[in-house]
Write a protein that binds this ligand. Structure first.
Ligand SMILES: [Zn+2]
Length: 388
């Protein structure tokens, strides 16, 4: 219900989405919160962020609507104005036009989803960082790509928009998508043959002005999907950015952009194979070194640059068969620190682990027969600890 004590601000953006400059009469001005008799500033509404710009020479930080009354919140909360006087305003056109492009693109995309799958747009968010559309049904990547292509075809056809206000009676019979809570006016934005939707925001007059539409994200969301789109220059910026990365990568690989994916998969596969072969060789090398250690009493400690946890444990298991003291395997370097596994047959490896903790701040633990952990200490200090 509308509060009769409040005045309804005349929405100049309803009448002309392309109006950037206007004059209006100040209705009230409190601590940088300005209400006018009319405004071209679109407030935050229906999931879309507010227009930015200048009012009476001051930057507008935000614009909110309450019961039809539009509040302009100035960055300078101390700016003072006299009610009843005239003020001039100017919206940031670049910001507004981008919002009109994103928003109109959303209508086309949602209209196609609705006519193709019958799903509704149940959530819309348009900010300076992202544009997301939530649908109450699941469409796969191929289906989304098809909608994306068709949306761009509609953009290129340069279809003019039609905007009309419906009376209560007309609204009952008219066919249109309605996705927001409406006040007493029902404003329907139509791109003939594509979409008709009740909406309060400014839109482009011709679909060609959207420029292009690109889907930049698709995820499952609340039993349906969330699609991220970008239109116009915002889509182009993403294209420039992604194309740069692709070309840099192709140059680095000395190949064409078409080959990049195939080459990266190949390189990763080869890397995994090389790592596995290296690990196997390191394991064999450790075994050769263990074989050279004479059996008998005392401690034993081995250092390797890189050895995986499994190889370290099996090396310790081999060592404890030969030596009855503490048997340690350390992998790493003095600079980066070491991971370690220490075992002791018939004894308690935790005692030397405690010394590593106390002397060098090692982190680790385990059972009496085997402990593992990590430590930052020099090889010489560790060897001293093992009595080497
Ligand atoms: Zn709209």
């Amino acid at each position: 219900m509308l509060d009769s004590s409040k005045i309804r601000t005349r929405k100049l953006y309803y009448e002309d989405a392309y109006k950037t400059e206007f004059t209006a009469k100040i209705v009230s001005a409190n601590a940088g919160d300005i209400v006018l008799d009319r405004t071209a500033f679109f407030p935050e509404e229906g999931g879309q962020s507010a227009d930015t710009g200048v009012l009476g020479g001051f930057r507008v930080a935000d614009v909110k609507i309450k019961d039809g009354e539009i509040h302009h919140l100035l960055e300078d909360r101390n700016a003072s104005f006299e009610p009843g006087t005239e003020i001039s305003g100017r919206i940031d056109w670049q910001h507004r036009f981008s919002n009109m492009q994103q928003h109109s693109g959303e209508h086309i995309f949602s209209g196609l989803v609705h006519s193709t799958y019958g799903f509704d747009n149940v959530g819309f968010h348009l900010s300076d960082n992202e544009v997301t559309l939530d649908f109450n049904g699941v469409i796969g990547p191929d289906g989304i790509r098809d909608i994306e292509r068709r949306a761009n075809e509609i953009i290129f056809r340069n279809i003019p928009s039609e905007i009309r206000f419906l009376s209560g009676e007309e609204a009952k019979t008219a066919e249109y998508r309605s996705k927001i809570d409406l006040d007493d006016e029902i404003r329907v934005v139509t791109y003939p043959g594509v979409d008709a939707c009740a909406c309060c925001a400014p839109h482009v007059a011709l679909t060609g002005e959207i420029g292009c539409l690109k889907v930049v994200g698709l995820q499952n969301y609340k039993g349906g999907i969330r699609v991220s789109i970008l239109c116009g220059m915002r889509a182009m910026e993403v294209f420039f950015h992604d194309r740069d990365i692709l070309e840099k990568t192709a140059n680095y690989l000395s190949n064409s952009t078409d080959e990049v994916y195939h080459l990266v998969v190949k390189a990763r596969t080869e890397l995994a194979e090389t790592k596995a072969a290296l690990a196997e060789a390191a394991k064999k090398l450790v075994q050769v070194r263990i074989d050279q250690i004479p059996a008998g009493g005392g401690n034993a400690v081995l250092f390797e640059e890189s050895l995986d946890a499994g190889a370290m444990r099996s090396a310790v298991n081999s060592l404890v068969q030969k030596k009855n003291g503490f048997c340690g395997v350390f992998a790493g370097s003095d600079a980066d620190g070491y991971r370690y596994v220490i075992g002791k047959q018939g004894g308690d490896a935790r005692t030397i682990n405690n010394e590593l903790r106390e002397k060098f701040g090692a982190r680790g633990g385990g059972k009496p027969e085997m402990v593992q952990g990590s430590v930052t200490a020099s090889r010489a200090d560790i060897e001293t600890l093992f009595g080497k």
